[in-house]
Design a protein around this ligand. Structure first.
Ligand code: SF4
Ligand code: SF4
Length: 368
């Protein structure tokens, strides 16, 4: 995005601030929808204020400072402001993309968070964002039409999601492969403005995927899926989230109903950024008793961990997750999501609430 395009987007904002509230019911008190603004309680942390700070950077009125970096990076890029603004103004202007461009601009000037530079160094040295010893445990050497792309967070921090997905793929009768030398998709690098380092990861994965001969790729991580859709060239392969894959084979999976009252948290990358809202609900309605929270789908409250927030502002990430846990507790005793990153952050703030990925519940339903 060129500076002039950014400025056009900035001047389109009427500063009405309606992008800060979820209108879930006209007769009830409106609930907040921008975690960044709600946590920091200062105008610069809501979308219109952040746009104005970007204008100041573009016009060389604002220099590098701790305050500027906090405004630029303490935003989960959840996209709630975009959805609300679009609903109110009918203007298609993706604020999450503009705020990501803001970060690209700052990184070009060398203005960035140490936490994000650390992650970039870890990815470049070890191939994963956690600097974990490379694990080839899951590698299947065979070439198959379907490839399961695991992603760093599931592979190195939430392996129960990987085990569940493998069990579901096997139960579906689908033949699949897994890259033994899978490397970070680049999501965290692109989201934190480190485009050049992200491109390096893109090229590595393209080579490995072409060699695998895969015709479709299934992801349990919506961040990886979104990055493949947004930042990779068209590979000529079908890209599917686990919930889309499972929905396609729901009728051939031997699933039983679980005696569980659950609610579902829409991951921002899966919902607002990719428009996948129905599939997880179709699965959960089949295998559990699903009870919806007030802020769902386009007006979902973010878990707080995306956009590089978890690594740089853990207090903010955990506060957002705690808000979601309380909301979930009003309607159910089990909280599900469909993203390893959401699961990880929500689990840290869980306060006794059980947290599962949808895939894990599908595996449980297979075993009943
Ligand atoms: S709803 Fe749109 S126009 Fe209103 S303050 Fe938010 S971004 Fe600006
Ligand atoms: S992307 Fe999310 S956290 Fe960032 S300003 Fe918009 S609503 Fe707030």
């Amino acid at each position: 995005m060129q500076p002039e395009e950014m400025k056009e987007a900035i001047y389109r904002c009427g500063k009405c601030k309606l992008c800060s509230i979820a209108t879930y019911h006209p007769n009830e008190k409106s609930l907040p929808i921008c975690p960044s603004g709600e946590y920091y309680r200062y105008q610069a942390f809501f979308a219109p204020g952040r746009l104005e700070v970007l204008r100041g950077v573009l016009d060389d009125e604002i220099e590098n400072s701790e305050g500027l970096l906090k405004v630029a990076y303490a935003c989960t890029l959840c996209g709630a402001c975009y959805e609300k603004c679009r609903e109110i103004s009918s203007i298609e202007q993706n604020h999450a993309e503009i705020f990501e461009e803001m970060r690209n601009l700052l990184v070009e000037k060398g203005w960035m968070m140490d936490a994000h530079r650390d992650i970039m160094e870890k990815v470049s040295e070890t191939g994963n964002a956690y600097a974990a010893p490379v694990s080839e445990d899951y590698g299947h050497g065979k070439r198959e039409d379907t490839l399961y792309f695991i992603g760093c967070t599931s592979r190195y921090r939430e392996p129960e999601i990987v085990d569940a997905m493998i069990a579901v793929l096997e139960a579906s009768g689908e033949k699949f492969s897994i890259l033994g030398d899978e490397t970070c998709c680049g999501s965290v690098l692109f989201r934190t403005g480190q485009r050049e380092a992200g491109e390096v990861q893109v090229q590595k994965n393209i080579r490995a995927i072409k060699e695998s001969g895969a015709k479709r790729i299934v992801f349990t991580c919506p961040g990886c899926l979104m990055t493949f859709k947004k930042n990779y060239p068209d590979l000529g392969v079908e890209l599917l989230h686990s919930t889309e894959f499972i929905t396609q084979c729901l009728d051939r999976l031997p699933l039983k109903k679980l005696d569980m009252n659950v609610t579902y948290h829409d991951p921002c990358h899966l919902g607002r950024h990719l428009g996948i809202y129905n599939e997880p609900r179709e699965i959960l309605n089949r295998i559990t008793n699903l009870h919806e929270m007030k802020r769902i789908r386009e007006q979902s409250w973010c878990c707080g961990s995306g956009g590089g927030v978890k690594s740089a502002f853990d207090d903010f990430a955990l506060w957002s997750a705690g808000e979601r846990i309380r909301e979930a507790g009003d309607v159910a005793d089990i909280l599900t999501s469909a993203c390893p990153f959401c699961k990880r952050n929500l689990a840290e703030a869980a306060d006794g609430m059980e947290i599962y990925d949808v895939v894990e519940l599908v595996k449980l339903a297979l075993e009943v």
